[in-house]
Design a protein around this ligand. Structure first.
Ligand code: ZN
Length: 104
């Protein structure tokens, strides 16, 4: 996979993640159900959504950082040892910042 192909995949994934964040945000601002019995379920869903949103925001940050590294020309370089990150590792985990040895 070329860096351009990885960048295209990262941008596509970012769009999906951002849409999901927007959807969860929208769900978060809905008023609670009028009856107490339903509010428990509402609050549980809210907690689940918040957890999901945090995970998505974290993923979006990693994707944006990877796109920034691609733009800067240092994508695929281990942030720890400065060596090359194996292409197979980047294919499996395009947002990886460390080579397999340093990640362990
Ligand atoms: Zn390394």
């Amino acid at each position: 996979m070329t860096t351009d192909e990885i960048a295209a995949e990262l941008r596509a994934r970012l769009a999906v993640v951002q849409a999901e964040i927007a959807r969860l945000e929208q769900a978060t601002i809905q008023p609670l159900s009028p009856n107490f019995a339903d509010q428990v379920g509402d609050l549980e869903e809210l907690a689940t959504n918040e957890g999901l949103e945090t995970a998505h925001i974290h993923e979006a940050e990693q994707i944006i950082a990877a796109l920034a590294r691609i733009a800067a020309g240092d994508y695929g370089t281990c942030s720890h040892c400065g060596g090359d990150i194996a292409p197979a590792r980047l294919a499996a985990l395009p947002t990886a910042t460390r080579c397999i040895a340093c990640a362990a």
